[in-house]
Write a protein that binds this ligand. Sequence first.
Ligand code: NAP
Length: 287
Amino acid sequence: MKKILVTGANGQLGRSLQALASQYPTWEFLFANRETLDISNQEAVNQYFAAHQPDACINCAAYTAVDKAESDEEAAFEQNFIAVLHLSEASLQHNTQLIHISTDYVFDGAGNRPYTEDNDTNPQTIYGSSKLKGEAAAIDVNDKAIVVRTSWVYTKEGVNFVNKIKQLMQDKPSLNVVFDQTGTPTYAPDLAAALLVILSKVFETPGTNFGGVYHYSNEGVTTWFDFAVAIRELTGSSCEIKPVTSEQFPAPAVRPAYSVLNKEKIKTTFGLSIPYWRNSLEACMKA
Ligand SMILES: NC(=O)c1ccc[n+]([C@@H]2O[C@H](COP(=O)([O-])OP(=O)(O)OC[C@H]3O[C@@H](n4cnc5c(N)ncnc54)[C@H](OP(=O)(O)O)[C@@H]3O)[C@@H](O)[C@H]2O)c1
């Protein structure tokens, strides 16, 4: 029986993996939240790996407060870089397949074609820089590590754009939402399902090294404004949504103007078919 450790198990992605675990009855899942396993504690990580000997570790733990990170650099780097180093060293030592999650914010957003894994990175924020260091920590230490970059993650529960817009539409007659940032949402249950397909393939082909960077989001392209309009349509709200520019809506961390991810590599390598973002939004609303 394969043993799968999921760190950061109480976050959006971690909970989505919890919901899918019963679909893999031959695997034993170890869901560890910050209380069970603080990944920034090297000794705790080493002890956990030694005690449980997981066959795979999906790291869903991260410092994800993008704006807060701008004034909290040390904590962001500790969780998103140093902690990943602990996991990659332990995974190398125990022959554990590490899957680590990263972000579209490693790009500067100056592009206008979907980013491939080979495109140059140039993070513009503390969060993006700390996640880029985390990617290197995973792959440079353990060349079998799989890093999956994703974007605009949401679930039914959790702190995310969908729930913020739903709440604001109830509280206010009109909202300003930026229309000059283009990307693709990712429904966390879709990403969770994809990660488990990836793991299945890894286990089925033990001689193959799948290590490297991959991109995953839902299919299609949108802006935060259009995403908000889609949420309004699906909730039936009458709240007015006004398009504004990023300059009219300043935030401590500058978001990439364009961060669409090209998903060809992950689809062809693992035979994935990815749902269209709007269909997944509908699924989320119905969930
Ligand atoms: N959310 C997005 O829009 C987005 C976009 C692109 C990429 N990503 C990446 O996708 C991954 C999953 O994101 P998510 O949205 O599921 O994040 P999330 O909901 O913020 O969950 C992150 C979880 O990690 C936990 N955590 C933080 N530091 C930890 C530590 N030292 N030890 C153990 N647990 C720790 C947090 O616990 P506490 O609540 O106790 O802090 C939280 O439960 C992350 O790598 C993130 O960078 C997210």
